[in-house]
Design a protein around this ligand. Sequence first.
Ligand SMILES: N[C@@H](CCC(=O)N[C@@H](CS)C(=O)NCC(=O)O)C(=O)O
Length: 136
Amino acid sequence: MAASSTRLSVTALVLLTALATISLEASASASSVGKFVDETISSHKIVIFSKTYCPYCKRAKAVFKELNQVPYVVELDEREDGSKIQDIMTNIVGRRTVPQVFINGKHLGGSDETVEAYESGQLAKLLGIETEDRDL
Ligand SMILES: N[C@@H](CCC(=O)N[C@@H](CS)C(=O)NCC(=O)O)C(=O)O
């Protein structure tokens, strides 16, 4: 009786340790992805979280090309942690879609907002550049 209850306790302890290890590893990985996202946003003037095949992302990229600006692009479909980045993005901006564009550390929006800001001249203002015509 005593031996079987000891065995049970040891099994429970092993299981709890394994669960705690898995949970610690998962949260360490989530926080390192979070750190990557934060550092990327804060260390580049223009950041686009994108997917290579996404037509909306192509549209957002075209805006910056038109403005002769080179954004820092994170292609989520080319990274193993792409889905985790997308989860983090959902927490930051409240949407799961790509693209998500950040200018000077601040969220601008998706493709629609980027094109809108381009056409209104607000984007050029945010970037501190002058533009003449805005056809896209
Ligand atoms: N209105 C949005 C549309 C963006 C959108 O629908 N993107 C698609 C990819 S083309 C998306 O994120 N789908 C969900 C996913 O890929 O997880 C915008 O202007 O950014």
